[in-house]
Ligand binder design. Sequence first.
Ligand code: XMP
Length: 326
Amino acid sequence: NWTTTSVVEEQVAAIRAQVGTKRAICGLSGGVDSAVAAALVQKAIGDQLTCVYVDHGLMRKGESEQVEKDFVAATGVQLKVVDAEERFLTALAGVSDPEQKRKIIGREFIRVFEQAQAELVAEAGAEGEEVAFLVQGTLYPDIVESGGGTGTANIKSHHNVGGLPDDIEFELVEPLRQLFKDEVRMVGTELGLPEEIVQRQPFPGPGLGIRIVGEVTRERLDLLREADAIAREELTAAGLDREIWQCPVVLLADVRSVGVQGDGRTYGHPIVLRPVSSEDAMTADWTRMPYEVLARISTRITNEVADVNRVVLDVTSKPPGTIEWE
Ligand code: XMP
């Protein structure tokens, strides 16, 4: 007998029982899952929760600002922002393998959290309340696809499950681990989170780091951020945000193709558009979206983003393709 009210009540009680009078931190990724997990835990333990937003430099355009302003405005939660761009880019330098990227990003996340924990404990001063819990917005499909949370990834190491290092110092609080995405959205609404947060399309924790096929560099990230912003702007303008589950925009950094732009030959990179329709991300189909919208996105990206001379459409369902390219 599933209702959002009963899920909220049940989870609030479970969180209180688990955390007691200790303190917890929650990483915010900008996505629905971590936002709803944080709101749920805040409802349960109030000021014992501090949210930590790690700006890993792999976010999309405007995303950090959105977390820093909108989420705090909606929840009044205590927020600590950590600028870790340099650290993540250094750790990712020279790495092209998708699983290795995921592991590195997961590891660095935890290290940054541990640092944030130490700082929070220091700030708490003589009282020294223990910060022992780490809240994560892990969903049921994340657990299934990461091999049951055992650390043995059978599909991908979602950074919040199989990608965690073994020597983690926190006890995990995962109030969404039995839920699917649509249920998480209902819980978010029940908790009073605004539409813009609750209806946000999914975005992976490792961010743009797994949407650059090849090595992740700041220049490539900047380029992808521009292309992604254009695609999102046009999809929103066309009113497709609800119909499309999400539309990863992927940079094939290791591929070049010949083009002709302005008055000369170019040798640039392709951008892949991956619009998918789905119920729960376990399976998906490519979205049959209007050609005019695709045309506008393609024209704008090739005109406005330097070094991109080709835009291609991914017409693969899941399975056999996954939603993300890595
Ligand atoms: P795939 O690529 O496995 O993606 O078909 C399924 C859904 O999960 C998202 N995704 C992630 N979310 N951490 C997350 O929080 C991750 O490491 C991660 N990897 C993929 C993806 O965007 C899609 O919605």
